[in-house]
Design a protein around this ligand. Structure first.
Ligand SMILES: NC(=O)c1ccc[n+]([C@@H]2O[C@H](COP(=O)([O-])OP(=O)(O)OC[C@H]3O[C@@H](n4cnc5c(N)ncnc54)[C@H](OP(=O)(O)O)[C@@H]3O)[C@@H](O)[C@H]2O)c1
Length: 306
């Protein structure tokens, strides 16, 4: 049963003060008393002084979980798994809910079905979460890409800000220097969501901008080992940072990053108040992930953000 708080905490103090004044003026009170019975007697025998009925309010829910939006996708499943390994309870929201994976950790996530555009389906969850990690994004026509990468995430960012969520992490994407007409809607959507995050979470919004993400991607009943290509490229290209400054071809040299590194960085950015707000490029993601040791993490904001 939810504990209840007495609202209007100032009332007893005011009554006490009034009781003292009345007593000192000898206006019908027997003695100065702190006992509630005597206080009530004073109140009831004094004209114009009425005890207001105390209103009860729900105790705020304790914020102990993290919410992964798009938790059943390629990046999302790794974020869920990483958070569980840190001892953090996880809830996921996506249109299709629970993924078809058979791994045991899947049973430890609370899987909810819902679209980010219909926040009334999942908004209540926000009262119990300390942080949100959004892995929602996708491809299609320019309009679809703006909608899913931009509008859907903006709706989630607004809902989270409204419900007082402490931190918000958004998986954006590195600008790969593609010609303006290629994936225009994708990058416009990412940009719009980033702007919304900076505006609504100026002190605790973290934007991850990976390039190509590799790892084991499950599509239906098939697992595609993207790391077969991604790992060697990452090994070579992670040392080419200065070359990414080159005009025209520079952005093509942004190294791929392992999905587990993205997941580690995302979870750390979600729960560690020491991670500053703003953007993390692929090297920042690698550094943050690498430094996140394998010990379980305590929700540091547990006592401050509820
Ligand atoms: N993979 C990469 O190489 C790469 C590189 C750079 C950046 N990124 C970014 O990283 C993020 C995750 O990528 P990913 O590869 O993991 O994508 P993904 O596997 O396609 O996952 C996308 C997730 O979004 C959910 N989703 C889509 N529309 C939704 C809606 N309206 N409401 C709720 N959930 C919705 C999907 O679940 P349902 O279909 O069940 O709704 C799915 O869980 C994306 O923002 C992507 O742009 C990816």
């Amino acid at each position: 049963m939810a504990a209840r708080y007495l609202k209007n905490q100032r009332m007893p103090a005011i009554l006490m003060w009034q009781s003292m004044m009345i007593s000192s003026e000898n206006a019908g009170t027997r003695a100065i008393s702190t006992s509630s019975a005597r206080l009530l007697e004073t109140v009831n025998s004094t004209p114009n002084l009425k005890m207001e009925e105390a209103e009860t309010v729900e105790k705020p829910k304790e914020r102990t979980r993290i919410l992964v939006l798009g938790g059943n996708g390629f990046v999302g499943t790794h974020v869920c798994k990483e958070a569980l390994e840190r001892g953090l309870p996880v809830v996921s929201v996506s249109r299709s809910g629970r993924p078809r994976l058979t791994e045991s950790w899947v049973n430890d996530v609370t899987w909810l079905r819902g679209s980010l555009f219909e926040s009334e389906q999942w908004k209540d969850q926000l009262s119990e979460v300390t942080a949100v990690v959004s892995c929602v994004g996708g491809f299609g026509s320019n309009a679809q890409m703006r909608r899913i990468n931009g509008d859907a995430n903006i709706a989630a960012i607004n809902a989270a800000a409204e419900k007082g969520v402490n931190r918000f992490v958004y998986i954006s994407a590195a600008d790969m220097g593609l010609p303006a007409f290629v994936l225009r809607g994708y990058y416009e959507g990412k940009q719009a969501a980033e702007d919304a995050l900076r505006s609504k979470f100026p002190y605790s919004g973290v934007i991850l901008r990976p390039g190509f993400i590799h790892g084991n991607r499950t599509v239906g009943s098939m697992t595609i080992p993207l790391s077969a290509v991604g790992t060697p490229l990452e090994v070579v290209m992670r040392h080419l940072k200065p070359a990414t400054q080159l005009p025209l071809i520079g952005s093509l040299l942004i190294p791929p990053v392992k999905v587990t590194a993205v997941a580690k960085a995302a979870v750390r950015a979600a729960v560690d108040n020491a991670v500053p707000p703003g953007e993390l490029d692929v090297w920042g993601i690698m550094r943050l992930g690498d430094r996140f040791t394998s010990t379980k993490f305590e929700l540091r904001c547990k006592s401050t953000c509820s």
